[in-house]
Write a protein that binds this ligand. Sequence first.
Ligand SMILES: [Zn+2]
Length: 281
Amino acid sequence: MGVALLFLGCSAGGFFHMVRQPLGERLCFYEGGAGNAVSVAHGRELLLVDTKMWGYAGQLQRAVEAPPDGTLHQVKRILLTHAHADHAGGVDRFTHAGAVLLHTQALKRLRESGKASAVPYVEVTDAVSLRLDGEEVRIFHPGVAHTDGDLVALLPARGVLVAGDVLCAGLEPSADVTFGGQLRPLRRALERLLEEKFDTVLGGHGPATTRAEVEAKRDYLAALERAAVDARAKGLAGEAAERYALAALKEFAPYEPIPLRASRESNARQMLLELTQEQAP
Ligand SMILES: [Zn+2]
């Protein structure tokens, strides 16, 4: 169960099959086959966002460095959106990369779990901007969200946000408490993302989606928090509090649960728990 939780933790449909999707000039989305990945080419070099895991990492390497058009590329920089294995586990495939950017907390969690690799990690605590062939890529930490070490990448000229698991298209919002994630900060992180201009979101799982899904999930988490606060004010506890909180989410799209990680019920329980923990002495 522990291994299954680690490897399937932040994934659902599409986990076992990778699809390469060019999204305009020099940008490519590798959906499915563990966590999603994204490449941005500049000349013959590439920025790669996330590395997948297992055999999918090798599939990804072949797809990004030797694409069907026959031009050979080399991954120069990697951004790891967070420390979960289905995103960070394939980094050993890319030991030739010059820099592997990740949040300080993500590196700490990789080291704690013995998963850190012999690659040139570069820690980011807040934000960093890259300029690749004249194109700006803004990388920043949106605050505690899916984990306490998430980074996202904004491609302002394209209106594209690469969000990692802070936003997984069509899936229940997910905050992994074992990696420092929390639901109320996740809502604030979504607010933070919405301060930026973008139309397209490439999340950590699921297909490309739009800004509207970020707004909908922000609203979902806000409604859940309000209902959880109300439930407590009414003196409800346990399953009664959970049912009350869940009723507030009926108007929201039926997102797919994430096996062993997040469902509407588990999110209601977690939100109630976060409120309880906040009020504990
Ligand atoms: Zn994850």
